[in-house]
Design a protein around this ligand. Structure first.
Ligand code: ADP
Length: 438
């Protein structure tokens, strides 16, 4: 752009000089047959009319100036005259200024040479002003276009960000959610629709897996219950021999474990299928915790463990499902007893403030390996069997986590293999006389 402007200005200047020379050539031609005095008078008239900013001289073939009265400074260095065949442009310095000079032949008989000079300062000033303006304007324009580009791209990418955020919030638990679609008929609409179709397929597939797990667990309950009953019946026989007794006792223990595993699988399959959604009611937590402690205390006593229960700030009302919450507390307490050696200590503490209640189940047991902690609430996760642990399904904590999530509670764990574990569940409390959270 800068070069274009510089070129146009210099072309414009040359064209002006050429036009002026041509007008003198016309006068010379018209005055061909006039006397030298009349010709000079006409040339001077034209020179007076157009001299502003320009210097003009006409030379005859002998080098004589025909316009000595033109307002050109007397010391202006008119070029030494030579006959020119065609227009010749050159630059010339005079008193610190640059002039553009055109020598143009007027092919008459005799021949004349018209010399027109014009200052280049105007062009230079204009270019200097333009350059300064460009230097100031370029960073501003760049900043403005960068800002414009940023806001434009943000606006264009906002729907993509919304799709990304919506997809990020969808997991196996809420596969029935769908992305909002527009009717813009563009690529983004097609993307959202394709994502929704994919979600529908995934939803269907997960649904089928859940149903199969639930059906299989349900169907297997009866045969396992039958095995257990038969084993119990056989063990009641007073004449049973010791080998058969051992075998039936093992069958009984395994069938009890298998029945528990099936129950847990059924619980989680129903939870995944969304069938576990129940109407919540106000539940008092201290009472439930005391109840769980009372029911499991015999297990602890059988291992000579002490169970210390403490409540701060009762009553603590939350909105929830009583049976599920009781199960959550039982899982935590049962694990604390199971994974704490004989004569260990278990502390259960419920601390309630106006809006929150925190249940901490702390044991002095074997702890959980650090590498396992991030996955401890996943399904079928159990620590290394070489730790000589008691039997389990690896589903208890997954169920506890699901119950906590369903109650908007947070369930977390701190554990060290030297000091034992602390499982913490934090609940939002409500005012039982109102349905709103406190
Ligand atoms: P289960 O106890 O039936 O194996 P859980 O899901 O309840 O299944 O627990 C998963 C694993 O977490 C357990 O196998 C055990 O290794 C570890 N764990 C759970 N609670 C404790 C605890 N209080 N102390 C040490 N390890 C624990």
């Amino acid at each position: 752009m800068w070069c274009d402007l510089a070129y146009s200005l210099s072309r414009g200047r040359d064209r002006t000089l050429s036009r002026r020379a041509a007008r003198f050539a016309e006068v010379l031609k018209a005055a061909r047959d006039d006397t030298p005095e009349r010709r000079q008078a006409q040339l001077e008239k034209l020179a007076d009319a157009m001299s502003e900013g320009n210097l003009i001289e006409v030379f005859d073939i002998s080098g004589k100036r025909l316009l000595p009265r033109t307002p050109s400074p007397p010391d202006f260095p008119w070029p030494s005259l030579s006959v020119v065949a065609h227009e010749e442009y050159s630059n010339l310095e005079y008193r610190g200024r640059t002039f553009r000079l055109l020598k143009s032949p007027a092919r008459l008989n005799p021949q004349f040479v018209i010399v027109v000079a014009g200052q280049l300062e105007d062009n230079r000033n204009m270019m200097a002003r333009f350059t300064t303006g460009l230097i100031w304007a370029t960073p501003v324009m760049l900043a403005l276009s960068a800002l414009g580009g940023y806001f434009l791209s943000r606006r264009l990418l906002r729907p993509v960000a919304q799709i990304t955020a919506a997809l990020g919030s969808i997991s196996i638990g809420n596969l029935s959610r769908r992305l909002a679609t527009s009717n813009a008929g563009d690529e983004l609409q097609r993307l959202a629709e394709t994502c929704n179709e994919m979600l529908a397929r995934l939803d269907g597939a997960v649904d089928r897996i859940n149903r199969f797990t639930a059906d299989a667990s349900h169907e297997l309950r009866s045969p396992v219950a039958l095995i257990r009953t038969v084993a119990e019946y056989a063990l009641r026989n007073p004449n049973i021999d010791s080998v058969s007794k051992d075998a039936f006792e093992e069958i009984l223990a395994e069938s009890v474990e298998t029945a528990r595993l099936l129950e847990d699988m059924l619980t989680l399959a129903r939870a995944d299928a969304g069938q576990a959604n129940k109407a919540f009611e106000p539940v008092e937590l201290t009472e439930l915790v005391a109840d769980a402690c009372a029911r499991l205390r015999p297990l602890a006593e059988a291992k000579d463990q002490t169970v210390a229960a403490r409540t701060v700030g009762a009553p603590a009302w939350t909105s929830g499902d009583r049976a599920d919450l009781r199960r959550l507390f039982s899982i935590l307490l049962d694990n604390a007893i199971k994974y704490t050696p004989r004569r260990g200590r278990i502390e259960v503490e419920l601390t309630a403030t106006a809006s929150r209640a925190v249940l901490a189940v702390k044991d002095s047991g074997i702890g959980i390996p650090e590498a396992l902690l991030p996955r401890i609430f996943d399904r079928f996760v159990r620590a290394d069997p070489s730790r000589g642990e008691v039997n389990g399904t690896g589903l208890g904590l997954a169920i506890a986590k699901w119950i906590a999530d369903a109650h908007d509670a947070t369930l977390s764990v701190r554990s060290s293999e030297l000091e034992g574990s602390v499982f913490t569940a934090e609940f939002q409390l409500i005012d039982p006389t109102r349905t709103e959270p406190a």
